[in-house]
Design a binder for this molecule. Structure first.
Ligand SMILES: O=C[C@H](O)[C@H](O)[C@H](O)COP(=O)(O)O
Length: 284
């Protein structure tokens, strides 16, 4: 499989996700980070001539993609209180059958989570390599954004939780030192065994609380997020879904369907040119 096929798969997924979820009369649209989101913006650009739409970026690269497409960015912290985004699109590094995602492969996760939770609908777009039954199947590590001062302390705590090799991410030119996020924080990539879904725990495949060496997605996300020094963890799961739903209820949104960090749909571009759509009801 060549890179050209992977790029074609990303483009096909982006086109279909936008056709299904982008409304040209929207007011606010969230735009995530990475290489796949570029195709989402391309598809939006093909459809929208509405200059009133404001696009909310999730970091520096995302903002550049919006500007380069001739669209208008608005910063997350400039959004009026109580306003929800009509939809947020983003990429993912891996997705499980319960639609939990790993994100942060490109060092963006904190702003992505803010934007996803603020959207009525969060939609993910990815290629076939990201389509798995469980997290940490093909993607090797959980990206975690930490305060530089707490780096070593957090690495130690991750080892206690069972991570075999929590590594500080460096720049491509390793001699330049640690990679810095948009918040000027560090990223630790923590290796853990493949994560269980909620269903796996119900089916007795493991306790999922770390006591037998197995972790369920939401449980490990909560454990890592609870470490002092951690800004955010690159697991998008049901963790804050209740809070997000409460925010939507407060704003009187009737059509709110997102579970917060968990996408309502994930579009996977496949090797044969087709697109598989995964929702909580299965795949089609
Ligand atoms: O840090 C980066 C973001 O979470 C990306 O959305 C994720 O890594 C997927 O990126 P790509 O579309 O390049 O595979």
């Amino acid at each position: 499989m060549t890179d050209t096929n992977v790029e074609a798969a990303k483009r096909a997924a982006g086109q279909q996700a936008v056709a299904d979820h982008f409304d040209p009369s929207a007011s606010y649209v969230g735009i995530g980070s990475g290489t796949t989101i570029v195709y989402v913006v391309e598809a939006i650009k093909e459809r929208s001539t509405n200059p009133a739409i404001r696009f909310v970026p999730t970091g520096y690269q995302s903002r550049q993609v919006i500007i380069n497409a001739g669209l208008t960015p608005v910063s997350f912290d400039a959004l009026p209180s109580g306003i929800l985004l009509d939809v947020a699109f983003d990429g993912a590094d891996e997705v499980d059958t319960e639609l939990n995602c790993i994100k942060g492969g490109g060092a963006c996760l904190f702003q992505e989570k803010l934007v996803a939770e603020r959207a009525k609908k969060f939609v993910c777009v990815a290629d076939y390599r990201k389509r798995q039954d469980r997290l940490l199947t093909n993607w090797p590590t959980i990206p975690i954004e930490v305060a530089p001062l707490a780096q070593i302390k957090v690495q130690d705590a991750l080892r206690v939780l069972g991570s075999t090799d929590p590594r500080l991410r460096t720049t491509l030119l390793e001699k330049s030192g640690p990679l810095k996020t948009d918040q000027d924080f560090y990223i630790i990539d923590a290796k853990f065994p493949t994560l269980l879904t909620r269903k796996d725990v119900k089916d007795g495949k493991g306790k999922g609380d770390g006591s037998d060496g197995t972790w369920e997605v939401n449980t490990i996300a909560k454990a890592i997020k609870g470490l002092t020094g951690v800004l955010e963890v690159g697991i998008f799961s049901g963790l804050d879904g209740d809070a997000a739903q409460a925010l939507r209820a407060e704003s009187g949104e009737k059509d709110a369907v997102s579970g917060g960090q968990v996408p309502v749909a994930v579009y996977f571009g496949m090797q044969d040119g087709s697109v598989v759509v995964r929702t909580k009801d299965g795949e089609h």
